[in-house]
Structure formats: C-alpha cells, structure tokens
Design a protein around this ligand. Structure first.
Ligand code: PLP
Length: 390
C-alpha cells in the first residue's frame, strides 16, 4: 500500500508506540488520584508530555490544555471564548472566521450564528441556511483569495466594535496554503480582539514560535503528527489571562486546570508528547525532505498530465501537500479503482462524498470532481511517486 493521505492521518511512529505502551499496561494509574507511586508516575508522564508539546512551539507548559483532538480544541476555543466574552465580560458577540476553515470551525460558527444543526449533513447540501434561532452571536465568514488565504484588508474591513473573536486556519488541509498568521493576529492584538488559529495541519511541518505571533489560542491534533488518534491540545496564551477568559469545555473535576474535566487518557497524551519531541528533533530534516519530494512529484505529475493545475500558494504552503486538478478524471472513481494499493484523497476526510467547499471558494467549483490531494509524509520516497504515476 502506498499511503499518500497524511493530511487525513499519519501512521503512528514506532518510537511513539513504544512510549505509550507502558501506560496501557503496568503504568495504569490515574494521574488525578492520591499520592501513591502509580498515580504519581501517570501525573509525571502527563506533565512531561505537556512540556514536550510546549517546547515544540516555544510555549510554557502551563499554556497547554490537552483535549481529545483538534475538532474538540476548535469547539472549546470558539464556544468558550464567545460565551465568556458575551456572558462575563459583556465585551462583544461578533465572530469572524473564513469560508475555508475545517468543518470543526465552520460548523461551530454556524451553530453560534443560530443555524439549525442537522445531524445528517447531506440534508444541508446546496441549501442556503439562514439563522433559525438567536443564540446572541453574529458571525462573518470571510471570502478568501485565489489561494484560499484571508487578506489583511478583508479582515480589517470586517472588524466591528463588537468583534470578540477571530478564528482563522493556519495551513489549509485541502490545498495547503498558509495564512499569514503573524500579520493577521497582530491586527487582532492591536484591536484587542482574541485571535485563534487552527494549526492542526502545520504542527511539525513548519516552525511555530508563539513569541513570533500574537495568537491567543492554537488548536492541534496528535494524529497528524505520527501520534495517536483521540488526543489534541489547545495552546492558551497565559500572561494576560487573569484568571480565565474562556468558559470550561467539560465541567466536573479539576483536570486541565478545570477547563476540561475527566480522567486523562494518559497513554494518548504520552504519545502526543513523544510525537512532539520527535517533531522538534527532526523538524529541519523533515521539512527539507518533504519540500524536495514534493518538487520532484510535481515535476513528474506535470510530465504525465501536462494540463494538471496545482492549487494553493506555490510560495507559501504546507510542505508535502499537493492539491491539484487533473482535468478529465473523476476523483472518487479514480480513487475507488485503486483503493487497495493506493491511498490518496478527493478532499478532506470530514467532507467525503461532498464536493469540496474549499475548491469552490477559490473558483474551481465546476471542476471540483477532478480535485485530488496527495499529502506526503516523512516515510514516503520517490518510489512511492513512481508507483502512484504508474
Ligand atoms: N482542523 C484541521 C485543519 C484538520 O485537518 C483536522 C483533521 O482533519 C481537524 C481540525 C480535526 O482534527 P481531529 O481529527 O483531531 O478532530
């Protein structure tokens, strides 16, 4: 099997699995329990993982909150900040996001905007949904440029006196374009507006230094980083937060500083920590490898399909993510025919079976069924690309 769908999920790293196993076997203590050794070992393991993830993004460990994945992190930040600002600070109820966010941002924003949230997403297709209930929030979904990026001008012209939260994706999961988070978050800071970015696709793919951006919150997920599924995190900038300005996600015990109650999934958190440690250690090497492989792959694809169009910002995108239109192919059929030995994707894993809204937003709606995404990882090599092309 040639696996080229690493934006969807990655294969767990053997070093990560090895680090996790003791916490599924002999080290089964509850980190929130009493002061006996088994519990203390689990607590130490959770805290070490927190330090490792913090170190990857140049944050402090107390700025990391573990969650069950990036969807949860996005829900937590957007609902939590919005609720806190409206209910406690009385400081605004206007949220700004973009039209090409991951669904775990888009749907929360639609929910807060008062749209009826149906469980069967298919029922929503093609419909213009108008607000159905008044939850007390207003949301603006920003247009993007031809590469799927939000420009400073678009953001600036949408900010209002009651804007309380801006949430913009860092690296797009379908076409790989990067938003200029440093610049966009700086504007938010100047206007005293909380800024969140879904950084799920960029962790371990580029250098994240929280001192170089003004974001207050970032979302992450371990399984995009050769870690386990079911664990994610929120980076929450600390200095100005006294004592909280986000409503808890899960009310209950005191875990995760009261923000997310519930017994820690110690093995998963340890796995995330190990994955972060490895990502930091190998970051430069991995970026170089992915950039080179991507370039070669693109040349070979172009040679075979001269009409191919690579989407996204060629100079500013996630290394190894190739989103392209191959005229004449029907992506789902193309993939089905080869699915036993080849894993590539027709879009995001959360939107399977639907035409991609990201492709639509950047003006390729009429050919969205010819969209194919390859997302390479550190384990891929040129042989994989040769087999793909065959
Ligand atoms: N945000 C982005 C940009 C993603 O690509 C994904 C995963 O597909 C998520 C959020 C959701 O991550 P998780 O699977 O951990 O909930």
């Amino acid at each position: 099997m040639i696996y080229l769908d690493n934006s969807s999920t990655t294969k767990i790293d053997p070093e990560v699995l090895e680090a996790m196993l003791p916490y599924l076997q002999d080290e089964y203590g509850n980190p929130s329990s009493s002061h006996y050794t088994l519990a203390k070992n689990a607590k130490r393991a959770v805290e070490e993982a927190r330090e490792k993830l913090a170190s990857l993004i140049n944050a402090k460990s107390e700025e990391i909150i573990f969650t069950a994945g990036a969807s949860e992190s996005n829900n937590f930040v957007i609902k939590g900040v919005s609720d806190y600002k409206k209910m406690y600070e009385k400081s605004g109820n206007h949220i700004i996001t973009s039209k090409v966010e991951h669904k775990s941002v888009l749907q929360v924003c639609r929910f807060l905007n008062g749209e009826i949230y149906m469980n069967n997403e298919k029922k929503r297709l093609g419909k213009i949904i108008t607000p159905q209930v008044d939850r007390g929030y207003e949301v603006d979904f920003l247009d993007v440029n031809e590469y799927g990026q939000v420009t400073l001008d678009t953001l600036e012209s949408t900010i209002k006196d009651n804007t309380s939260l801006i949430s913009l994706i860092w690296g797009n999961n379908e076409i790989g374009s990067l938003n200029d988070i440093a610049t966009l978050s700086k504007l938010a800071k100047q206007r005293n507006i909380t800024f969140h970015s879904d950084a799920t696709q960029v962790l371990g793919k580029l250098t994240i230094d929280v001192d170089k951006i003004s974001a207050d919150y970032l979302s992450f997920s371990a399984h995009k980083l050769y870690g386990p599924k079911g664990v994610g995190a929120v980076y929450m900038r600390k200095p100005k937060r006294t004592p909280v300005d986000i409503t808890s996600l899960i009310h209950g015990g005191y875990q995760e500083n009261f923000y997310r109650a519930g017994t820690h999934a110690v093995h998963n958190i340890v796995g995330f920590g190990k994955a972060a440690e490895i990502a930091k250690r190998d970051l430069a090497k991995n970026i170089e490898k992915l950039e080179k492989l991507e370039l070669q792959a693109k040349e070979m694809i172009k040679a075979k399909y001269p009409n191919v169009e690579f989407l996204g910002d060629p100079n500013n995108h996630i290394p190894g993510l190739i989103g392209m239109i191959i005229p004449g192919i029907v992506n789902e059929m193309f993939i089905k025919e080869r699915c036993e030995d080849l894993a590539i994707s027709a879009g995001s894993a959360c939107g399977i079976g639907e035409p991609s809204y990201v492709i639509n937003e950047i003006g390729y709606g009429n050919v969205s069924s010819s969209f194919v995404r390859l997302s390479l990882c550190k384990h891929n090599n040129m042989n994989d690309i040769h087999i793909l092309l065959k």
